[in-house]
Unconditional design. Sequence first.
Length: 182
Amino acid sequence: MAKRLLQKLIWGPVSSGTTYLYGSGIDYAESAVIFENLNFASGKPIRKWRSRTNYQGNRTSPELPVLEPGGNYWLESEIRSWPEQCFYLQLDFYNRQEEIIDYKILKVGESQFNYPKNAFTYTITLYSAGCRRLHFSHLNLYQEKESSRLFIPTTRNIENPFNTQEEVLTFIAPLLEGNLSD
C-alpha cells in the first residue's frame, strides 16, 4: 500500500501542559529542537501533541489532524537521543467522554497503527526511557493511500453486443440524452 503524508509534526511553541519544563533546557535550532535535562526520570512525558484542545482554557489550537475511524496510519520519527534509542511514543485514543479507550506504544523509527472505530480524539506523547538529551527534528504522520480503481458499469447495445465502440456509461447516459429526471 502506498502512503500519503498527512502532517509533519514539529516541536512548536512551548505552552502549558505540552512540554516538560522543570530543569529542562530547550534550544530551538534551525531545523530541530534540542531538549536536555540531566535529572530526567524514565517514563516522564517530554512533549504532547493533541487533536482536540480547549481554546478558551489553554489558548492553543489542535496540532494533530482529524483521523478517519478504522483507518490505517504510520508514524515516522526523526529523533535522536543520548543514550541512543532511549525514548518512545505513545498514542492514546479517547471517546467523546474523554476516556481512554485504547493506546499504542511505538518504538524508534516507523510504526503502523489503526485508528479505532469508536475513537473521537487522540494524543501523541513523546516519553523518556532514560534519555538525558534529545535532538527532535519532526514526526511524519502518514495515511494509507487507497488505490484509485473505479468500477464503472457499462451497458451494451443489444442489437450488436460485440461492438465495443457503442458502449455507454450508465451514469452519463441521462446527461447525454438530456433526461435528468431519472
